[in-house]
Design a binder for this molecule. Structure first.
Ligand code: DAH
Length: 373
């Protein structure tokens, strides 16, 4: 029995894998295993012999069984160690960050402005980016000889010989959407139209594609006062300031009469823009009372209705909201540039108008007198 014990404990200790171990189990304690056969022989023994051999065989069987299961888990541990060595993973390595997209700053600003005007009852109107020259120019009272119509400023669509369609352009402003909205909706109406516009212009402070937001309100008894209130509300909400002071500067747009460029009181100190206080004025948009010819082009009777309109350059205002002025142009004007962490913006400068650029304030009352009831 001692021989059996030594033989099997030795073999078990040397077993290379689970298969070898299972074979050993069968030949030792399996049904026809050596130890099982020995147990069968107990029946032929005398009671005295059996009393000694029985417990000894049982103990041997137990010992072999526990040696088998100890070896089995040792083999499993070894296999696991082996796997861990090859499938090693350094959990201290930095992760591979996934690049996450965000909404483009210009789109964010468009959404923001849209929400602000929505609170004042303006809905969003749209028009095509490839626009007929009638919508882009004629309907807006821009005469045939107007310099912006030349190819120097406007991208014209190529036309094959024999193509009799009216000339089309990449719209140079969002103002043609005014005409489309009036034709579609009639009066009264309040719309804004954000979108892309194109001009043949490319230098440090201009890109051939940029964004504008048009505003148009048509109603009875509208005046420049309504326009001014509306724009002040917008500026307060957009720049998140309590107070915003706007100044109307007499200007000329063919589609408005009278026309005004609108400046915002602000201060620039150490490259920081503060809106609502200070001695600087910054031009933010063009506006005016809709010209009667433009109302007519939109099928609205100028004898019955007035309108005000405005156009904001979105890229510029996005930079003002997000960016810091970090550079000056050749004339020494501050160029607020958006932070370098916003790709695509590094070269979009914005003019910081100097106080002396501006003409004396033209009083609001003056405009109202000019347009009359
Ligand atoms: N369309 C003008 C431009 O592109 C901006 C503009 C000025 C729009 C005055 C208006 C307005 O609606 O009333 O420069």
């Amino acid at each position: 029995m001692d021989d059996l014990r030594e033989k099997y404990l030795g073999l078990i200790a040397g077993a290379a894998d689970e298969t070898a171990l299972e074979e050993l189990r069968v030949s030792a304690v399996g049904k026809k295993g050596e130890i099982s056969l020995k147990m069968r022989e107990l029946g032929k023994m005398t009671p005295e012999e059996r009393q000694i051999a029985g417990p000894a065989l049982n103990a041997l069987k137990d010992e072999i069984n526990s040696a088998l299961s100890a070896k089995k888990s040792a083999l499993a541990d070894a296999a696991l160690d082996e796997r861990l060595k090859t499938e090693w993973l350094d959990v201290t390595l930095p992760g591979r960050p996934r690049r996450q997209g965000t909404i483009h700053p210009v789109s964010q600003v468009m959404e923001e402005i849209t929400a602000i005007f929505a609170d004042m009852g303006f809905s969003v109107a749209e028009g095509p980016q490839i626009e007929s020259d009638w919508y882009n120019f004629d309907a807006l009272n821009i005469p045939a000889e107007h310099p912006t119509r030349t190819e120097m400023d406007t991208f014209y669509m190529a036309q094959k010989p024999g193509d009799n369609r009216p000339p089309h352009v990449l719209r140079t402003h969002t103002s043609p959407v005014q005409i489309r909205a009036m034709q579609d909706q009639g009066a009264p109406l309040r719309v804004i139209a954000p979108g892309r516009v194109y001009r043949s212009d490319y230098d440090q402070t201009h890109t051939p594609m940029f964004h504008q937001l048009e505003g148009l309100a048509v109603d009875r008894d509208l005046s420049m006062a309504n326009l001014k209130w509306c724009l002040e509300e917008f500026v307060r909400a957009f720049f998140e300031v309590e107070q915003a002071e706007l100044r109307f500067r007499a200007s000329h747009f063919p589609f408005t009469e009278p026309s005004a460029e609108v400046d915002l009181r602000c201060s620039w100190s150490q490259g920081q823009l503060k809106v609502g206080e200070g001695d600087d004025w910054m031009e933010i948009l063009g506006s005016g009372m809709v010209h009667p010819n433009v109302l007519e082009a939109g099928n609205i009777d100028p004898g019955q209705w007035q309108g005000f309109a405005f156009g904001i350059g979105i890229d510029r205002i996005a930079i003002l909201q997000h960016g810091d002025p970090v550079d000056a142009d050749s004339e020494g004007e501050a160029l607020p540039l958006i932070g370098v962490d916003v790709p695509g913006f590094q070269n979009l400068g914005v003019h910081h108008a100097r106080a002396e650029d501006f003409h004396p304030i033209v009083a609001l009352a003056h405009f109202q007198l000019a347009i009359g009831p």
